[in-house]
Design a protein around this ligand. Structure first.
Ligand code: ACO
Length: 374
């Protein structure tokens, strides 16, 4: 028995932006971006909300549209749980999962968001499986738990809305999209065989995006400060690491920095990512007893093709073991793995009974992998 993936879908915004277009914004070129990252274009949500993207991906995974892959179509009342992994929700309240639940009419489902940056979908699968296992027949105390038999796990991002479009070292990387998977507790199938999630201290803030939603607080250490409610005091006052970083080199870049943006020390993140990905793969293999030779497909976080190449080399495996979906989407954080997974299923790469690993790393630092039997 186990938690099995029975449907997958994805959604991309209509606007696709080629590398050459970005050369109109920053000093870059197609050759640099393709060679260093494997990215040729990305999609930017100008007309779509995060909820729009999540809805399209979820409908495909549920079998409500022709776009995705699924074993069978489900009814709204079949879904007990919705988890949306995101760092860019449309609102803080309601949650992205709550908004999606409402859009899809999933009246029976409980819904909440999860933030583990680019590893969010891996954490989401792990949490969904744990909630299912805790109420499965035979588990002591199962009657005292919320019954969860099927869950919708979604990765949904509009990273372009927290991108510093004046910073060429990050703006060429990111894109928007959503990916969704339906998982079901099945008494007759093994489903997830092992999982591994890990948080590692990012003590230099190598990958960060400070929040910018603080209301101005009209208090100081002595108490109320009524003057703090003047219009000037209400002005946004957050300084991002991206802005302070830019200020070291150029005032122009500082002025152009948005209030809230992703800051990344690319080389530090690269080193962390390359190690974290191979470590997570080794861990899920060891925990399940499955040999790498028996794995049919690895679906990694699509951050940079070179990181995937590094992992392939370290594992001594050819690149065609890995699902590569980065070229026309870029890095879409939590949406990256479920979108690549939807590509792998839709393209016929994953067949019933195959052993598959999904693996990711991200800000925080977070990392993890799940090994399942399809
Ligand atoms: N176009 C042209 N030149 C550029 C660009 C650009 N877009 N960006 C940087 N450069 C220049 C730099 O200024 C530097 O020039 P210099 O040598 O004159 O100083 C040169 O290119 C090399 O820069 P590096 O930073 O050394 O380039 P590198 O090969 O490391 O690639 C990159 C940079 C792509 C960012 C890489 O470090 C990387 O992919 N890091 C990991 C990213 C990642 O995985 N993020 C995942 C997490 S994201 C998340 O969780 C939201």
């Amino acid at each position: 028995m186990g938690c099995t993936i029975i449907g997958c879908g994805k959604a991309l915004p209509a606007l696709e932006v080629e590398n050459d277009e970005l050369a109109k914004l920053v000093d870059t070129n197609d050759e640099w971006i393709v060679t260093r990252t494997g990215i040729s274009s990305r999609h930017v949500a100008v007309g779509e909300t995060g909820t729009d993207l999540a809805e399209t991906a979820a409908r495909a995974a549920l079998g409500w549209s022709q776009e995705g892959w699924c074993e069978r179509s489900l009814a709204p009342e079949d879904i007990d749980l919705v988890i949306v992994a995101t760092i860019t929700p449309d609102a803080l309240v309601p949650s992205a999962a709550g908004l999606l639940r409402e859009r899809l009419g999933l009246e029976h489902a409980i819904a909440f968001d999860l933030n583990a940056a680019c590893t969010g979908f891996i954490y989401g699968l792990t949490v969904a499986e744990s909630m299912m296992a805790a109420c499965a027949p035979g588990f002591p105390g199962a009657p005292g738990r919320n019954p969860v038999r099927r869950a919708l796990v979604v990765g949904d991002e509009r990273l372009t809305h927290i991108t510093d479009w004046a910073d060429r070292s990050t703006c060429v990387l990111f894109g928007d999209g959503a990916g969704a998977a339906v998982v079901e507790w099945d008494e007759k199938r093994p489903g997830i065989l092992s999982s591994f999630v890990l948080n590692t201290t990012d003590d230099t803030g190598a990958l960060s995006c400070p929040h910018a939603f603080d209301a101005h607080v009209p208090f100081d250490a002595e108490g109320v400060v009524p003057s703090a409610l003047t219009a000037a005091d209400r002005a946004p006052y957050i300084t991002t690491p991206a802005a302070s970083h830019a200020s070291e080199g150029s005032t122009e870049a500082l002025e152009a920095s948005p209030l809230q943006a992703i800051y990344m020390d690319g080389q530090k993140v690269f080193k962390f990512a390359a190690e974290a990905m191979t470590e997570a793969i080794h861990q899920v293999l060891a925990r399940s007893g499955v040999a790498l030779d028996d794995v049919a497909c690895i679906v990694p976080h699509q951050a940079n093709e070179r990181i995937i190449k590094y992992a392939a080399k370290k594992l001594g495996r050819p690149m065609d073991l890995f699902q590569l979906s980065i070229a026309n989407v870029g890095n879409t954080s939590a949406a990256s793995v479920p979108m690549a997974l939807a590509d792998a299923y839709a393209g016929g790469r994953i067949k019933r009974g195959d052993k598959v690993i999904v693996v990711a790393f991200g800000g925080g630092f977070t990392s993890g992998a799940v090994l399942f039997e399809a």
